[in-house]
Ligand binder design. Structure first.
Ligand code: NAD
Length: 257
């Protein structure tokens, strides 16, 4: 099959913006869309990590209203559109609830909720002002936006899973529903993906945690970013025209039993 000319799988020259582009998922998504022939823009609070002539990096915070407006305007000025926005930028807090500080709450909400809110708000304003065509926005929730962690996995080890991270991700799932309904008339398709535990390599995390987490999933392992690609392709595909405000869970079945 010639995928390049197949309307169900054509990402060539699509304009893609990925926030959190330095992260383990964001980085792989940048390379994935570049491989598919897309023109990719990344936003991250860290310096550029993707090396490709079709990749442009903007260093800054998703929570900065002016910065986001300026960068979205710049992309639209150059390409007259943004086809796909992937809101990956987020922070995680791994300390215990009883030790939670106001600063940690503010930081988490500022990046995870306000950051995503900010990108969508500024995009929608520009989409309306410039009368842009259809676009796809994919937010990043988490299984911990809908389910509690199983504390037998996490215990008090190095990856204690925090309540404030889960609460911020629950807000993303709800934001997706609200804005998905609100903006479908403008042909902005807003959906969410909620991954389970996703790692680059099991060698990079504690063996005890990996084994415990894996035994909790029916599929018997943690995810790698590649496990998310097919769901991302589905949600960012211009031929996906009847899926609105949904939360697609990709977790190896962890939340099913
Ligand atoms: N990896 C997982 O196990 C997992 C599971 C469920 C959901 N998720 C979600 O998937 C998304 C990507 O996860 P990841 O594992 O790649 O995370 P990550 O921590 O590896 O990457 C997040 C990126 O966001 C950037 N960032 C942080 N604050 C920012 C800000 N204010 N402005 C711009 N960039 C900022 C960081 O520099 C980092 O590069 C996140 O939304 C995360 O919550 C991840």
């Amino acid at each position: 099959m010639n995928l390049e000319n197949n309307k169900y799988f054509n990402f060539k020259n699509k304009i893609v913006l990925i926030t959190g582009s330095n992260g383990i998922i964001g980085n792989e998504l940048c390379n994935f869309f570049l491989e598919l022939g897309a023109i990719v823009f990344g936003i991250d609070s860290k310096e550029k990590s993707v090396k490709n002539s079709k990749y442009t990096h903007f260093k800054g915070s998703v929570a900065n209203d002016r910065f986001i407006f300026n960068k979205l305007s710049l992309i639209i000025k150059k390409h007259s559109k943004i086809d796909i926005i992937l809101n990956c930028a987020a922070i995680s807090i791994f300390s215990h609830f009883e030790k939670r500080t106001k600063k940690e709450i503010d930081q988490t909400i500022n990046v995870n909720l306000i950051g995503t809110h900010n990108v969508i708000k500024n995009y929608v304003k520009l989409h309306t002002k410039k009368k842009l065509q259809s676009s796809r926005i994919i937010n990043f929730g988490s299984i911990y936006g809908t389910n509690s962690p199983d504390f037998r996995i996490y215990g008090n080890n190095d990856r204690f899973n925090s309540e404030i991270y889960g609460a911020s991700k629950a807000s993303i799932i709800q934001l997706t529903k609200y804005l998905g309904v609100m903006y479908i008339k403008k042909k902005i398709f807003i959906n969410c993906i909620s991954p389970g535990g996703t790692i680059v390599s099991k060698n990079k995390i504690s063996k005890r945690f990996y084994t415990k987490y894996s035994s909790r999933t029916p599929i018997g392992r943690m995810a790698t970013p590649k496990d998310l690609f097919t769901a991302i392709i589905y949600l960012s595909n211009s031929e996906t025209k009847y899926t609105v405000g949904q939360n697609i869970v990709v977790d190896g079945g962890l939340t099913v039993w």
